[in-house]
Design a protein around this ligand. Structure first.
Ligand SMILES: Cc1cc2nc3c(=O)[nH]c(=O)nc-3n(C[C@H](O)[C@H](O)[C@H](O)COP(=O)(O)O)c2cc1C
Length: 251
């Protein structure tokens, strides 16, 4: 087993280079990873009230943001962005105008807005697909043109969202939720609390971000928010879930 190098978890390491783990895992280590991973998932709760005095270490937030960056996305398009509402003024405006819960959105260390591509923003003939094709997937102009056709066929014939702005936005917003999930799980792994936030005014959220010049609402819209920080009190109820036999079916 090799010693972890500082920052290894943030580097471009692949499976063979998971910082401190042999590949394949020994049975003992595998059991250790399973128990620490489940412990993190049990630690993670939708925290309602945050300690305003406790801020995240910037390196911890970098780790959580890196987890978002590594999220999978349909067609590798990453049709979302994260905006950290770091300015007190903008954050206060966002909380007030969207009606978000102030004990969460107002007090947690970090308030993050996820935006997702609108139907126009993700249009197969548009600039975003060309940008991702060229910069992320190293495609030639010819490959990008072919990709445009395949992507439009996928939207139309496979998942049936083409032609509906709402369904197209639902498709891109789903990808943002995967990034959100990666973030809250990564946060829990380092005992950082979080809460996803859907319970706010979406039109106002998009408007606040647009008025601040952070998005062009023709291309991007608010998808969901999340807060990260430290709980000021434990949840009143235990983490309650259906039993595994009700969740998983084998056929
Ligand atoms: C997509 C999504 C949106 C949510 N929106 C809110 C919200 O706006 N406010 C809130 O307090 N909790 C919100 N929650 C938290 C859920 O209510 C919570 O996860 C659920 O009740 C289970 O509790 P637990 O996460 O503590 O186990 C949201 C969760 C998800 C996954």
């Amino acid at each position: 087993m090799t010693a972890p190098s500082p920052g290894a978890a943030l580097g471009p390491a692949g499976r063979a280079k998971i910082a401190v783990m042999p590949n394949p895992l020994t049975p003992e280590l595998k059991n250790h990873v399973k128990s620490t991973h489940l412990a993190a998932l049990r630690f993670r709760r939708a925290i309602k009230s945050f300690d305003p005095a406790r801020r995240l270490d910037p390196a911890d937030f970098d780790f959580i943001a890196e987890a978002a960056r590594l999220a999978p996305s349909s067609n590798g398009l990453e049709p979302w962005n994260i905006i950290v509402l770091a300015s007190g003024e903008l954050r206060a405006k966002f909380v007030e105008r969207t009606g978000a819960n102030a004990a969460q959105a107002g007090q947690a260390s970090h308030l993050v807005a996820f935006t997702a591509k609108t139907a126009r923003g993700i249009d197969p003939s548009g600039d975003y697909l060309a940008h991702i094709g060229a910069t992320v997937h190293s495609m030639s102009p010819e490959q990008i043109e072919a990709w445009r056709g395949r992507f439009k066929a996928f939207l139309t014939n496979r998942i049936g969202v083409w032609g509906s702005d709402d369904a197209m936005f639902g498709y891109t917003a789903r990808q943002a939720y995967l990034a959100l999930e990666n973030m809250i799980v990564a946060a829990a792994a380092i005992e950082v609390d979080s809460c996803p936030l859907e319970g706010l005014d979406y039109a106002q959220a998009t408007a606040v971000l647009a008025e601040a010049g952070l998005i062009d609402p023709a291309l991007d819209a608010f998808a969901v928010a999340a807060v990260f920080g430290y709980r000021s009190e434990d949840p009143k109820r235990p983490q309650a879930r259906r039993p595994i036999g009700e969740v998983v079916a084998w056929a």
